[in-house]
Design a binder for this molecule. Structure first.
Ligand SMILES: [Zn+2]
Length: 334
């Protein structure tokens, strides 16, 4: 954000300059009015040029923006960690890592959620209009509510076609730009099993992993939600028609036997549950526990687990996550 603000600030100031090497209005008025009394001849704080006329509204806005940018700490010693969660659909953030997002927001982190689709392909259960445009709008509102409940920034949407990410052009360059601009301290997403094999989830994983793998150091840690082995098999069975023949991933690839980080979330389970409930259009009977087949949601309210894309636990990441909950328990079997 800092880089964007600097960029927009300089482009605004650039518009005050003339083409063809003309020194620009500030230099011109200094040359013409050097005899003006001191109270009418002062330096423009934004353009660092002499201003001899009353400041315009743009001067005032640019000057304020420039002051704010100078006060804001640089990326290298930012006191506030930033977290970026990249998901395929509204609701993925809530059941996958809603607890971690809520804890991070509670700790003062700046948390962003990027949803690559609006979830317009989802079956609607709340009795609202079921055209794709209406469903997409409803689900965008639901994700915004979920983010409010979790205490994170309003979500961003790329509005790619829900259900067709596997066939869509890879979004690696665009994702790379987001990461380069935001410089997050952590990136969260679903893993190679797509939680329950959903092709959109898996496509997002592949794009994000490719961006992360190719990024120069220091690259942000990429943490992938790791669910208990078999937990999502009932949901996997419901989604089999999307996975081809034979289905990919295979049933024994659903869930993780090893992971690198545990984030205990029982203390904030009610917040996570409320975030799941915010996705009302996707809940049969309006019940959060009905988002998935019986027994799954309750298991997601105890602990959130993550694998590190590096394939190994990183002590700095473990320490960062531990700062959210106090001393962390031992990691899993990896
Ligand atoms: Zn999803």
């Amino acid at each position: 954000m800092l880089r964007e603000r600097h960029g927009s600030s300089s482009s605004l100031s650039g518009r005050t300059e003339r083409k063809g090497g003309h020194p620009g209005p500030c230099h011109r008025v200094r040359h013409l009015f050097t005899s003006l009394p001191p109270d009418r001849a002062n330096w423009c704080r934004h353009s660092a040029r002499l201003r001899t006329v009353a400041p315009t509204r743009r001067h005032i806005l640019n000057t304020r923006r420039h002051r704010l940018d100078r006060r804001r700490p640089r990326f290298d010693n930012r006191p506030v960690p930033t977290l970026l969660a990249v998901i395929a659909h509204p609701d993925d953030e809530s059941y996958s890592f809603g607890g971690t997002l809520a804890l991070a927001a509670q700790a003062g982190w700046r948390c962003h959620v990027l949803s690559l689709t609006s979830g317009e392909g989802g079956k609607r259960n709340d009795g609202g209009p079921d055209g794709q445009v209406q469903v997409g709008l409803a689900r965008e509102r639901e994700l915004a509510s979920s983010c409010t409940i979790l205490g994170v920034e309003p979500p961003k949407f790329w509005r790619l076609p829900d259900g067709y990410l596997r066939e869509h052009a890879p979004q690696t360059a665009r994702l790379g730009s987001v990461i380069e601009d935001q410089r997050p301290d952590l990136v969260l997403s679903l893993g190679p099993d797509g939680a329950y094999g959903h092709p959109d989830h898996i496509a997002v994983f592949h794009w994000l992993f490719e961006v992360w793998r190719a990024a120069p150091d220091p690259r942000p840690p990429l943490l992938l939600a790791a669910f208990p082995l078999g937990l999502f098999l009932p949901q996997y069975q419901k989604c089999l028609s999307m996975m081809g023949e034979p289905p990919s991933p295979a049933p024994n690839e659903i869930g993780s036997a090893a992971w690198d980080y545990d984030v205990p979330i029982a203390a904030i389970a009610a917040t996570k549950h409320a975030a799941i409930a915010a996705h009302r259009s996707q809940l049969p009977g309006g019940q959060p526990d009905a988002l998935f087949p019986a027994g799954i949601v309750s298991k997601l309210l105890e602990v959130e687990r993550f694998g590190d894309a590096r394939g190994a636990r990183d002590l700095r990441v473990a320490s960062l996550l531990a700062s959210l909950t106090g001393p962390a328990p031992d990691a899993g079997s990896r």
